[in-house]
Design a protein around this ligand. Structure first.
Ligand code: ATP
Ligand code: MG
Length: 189
C-alpha cells in the first residue's frame, strides 16, 4: 500500500486490514512515497517523519510492515518503480497494490500505467466522497473492495492540528504523540 502518509490515519489502517483479510495476504507493506509527484504545490513532511509515523502506527500488527524502498530511491516516486523494487526483493511473491477510490481514478494517468497491471494485482477500496463504480479500468486487472467507511484524510488531520483541534481517534495514539513531539503541521508562528 503506497501513500504519502502525512500523517498515516485509521482510514489507511482499516483499508489495509480489510484487504489483508479478504485476500488472505501474508503481509501488507506500507510504502511511504519519496517525492510525491502528484502533491505539487504543498510542502510534504520530511520522509523520515512520515516513515516513522507509519512504523509507529503499524508496529502492533504482525502482518503489517513498512518499506523504505521509495524514500531511499533518488528522485520522484513512481509506483512502477515501487512494484519493480518489491518484485526484486520478494521474487516469489504475488504482489497486490492497495489503493483508495480517489487514487484509482488517477491510475490510468500514472507513469507507465499499462506496465503497472503486469506487476501487481490492483485492489481499489471504497472511500467516502469518491465513486469507485464510476472508475473505468481494464476489466480483470482491478478488484474492488468495500471497506468500512472512514471519512478521514491526512489533509483534514493536518488542518485540524494547524487549527489546534484534536486528532485523537483519527490517527493512532502514538501518531498523535509523534506529531506533537516533532511539532508537525503546527501553524507558523
Ligand atoms: P492527503 O489528504 O494528503 O492526500 P490521504 O488521506 O488521501 O492524504 P494518502 O497518503 O494520500 O492519504 O493515501 C494513501 C492511500 O490510502 C491512497 O490510495 C488513498 O486513496 C487511500 N486512503 C486514504 N484515506 C482513505 C480512507 N479514509 N479510506 C480508504 N482509503 C483511503
Ligand atoms: Mg490522498
Amino acid at each position: 500500500m503506497g501513500g504519502t502518509f502525512d500523517p498515516v490515519h485509521h482510514g489507511h489502517l482499516v483499508a489495509a486490514s480489510e484487504v489483508q483479510a479478504r485476500f488472505e495476504l501474508d503481509e501488507v507493506i506500507f510504502v511511504p512515497t519519496g517525492v510525491p509527484w502528484q502533491k505539487g504545490g504543498r510542502e510534504v513532511s520530511a520522509a523520515e517523519d512520515r516513515y516513522l509515523m507509519t512504523v509507529v502506527a503499524t508496529a502492533s500488527n504482525p502482518r503489517f510492515s513498512v518499506s523504505r524502498a521509495d524514500i531511499d530511491r533518488e528522485g520522484v516516486t513512481y509506483t512502477v518503480d515501487t512494484l519493480r523494487d518489491l518484485g526484486t526483493r520478494y521474487p516469489d511473491a504475488d504482489l497486490f497494490f492497495i489503493t483508495g477510490a480517489d487514487a484509482l481514478e488517477q491510475i490510468l494517468s500514472w507513469h507507465r500505467a499499462d506496465e503497472l497491471f503486469t506487476l501487481a494485482h490492483f485492489v481499489g477500496v471504497t472511500r467516502p466522497g469518491y465513486d469507485l463504480a464510476a472508475t473505468h479500468l481494464p476489466s480483470g486487472s482491478v478488484s474492488l473492495v468495500e471497506v468500512p467507511a472512514l471519512a478521514i484524510s491526512s489533509t483534514d488531520c493536518r488542518a485540524r492540528v494547524a487549527a489546534g483541534q484534536p486528532v485523537w481517534y483519527l490517527v493512532p495514539d502514538g501518531v498523535v504523540q509523534y506529531i506533537s513531539k516533532r511539532r508537525l503541521y503546527a501553524a507558523e508562528d
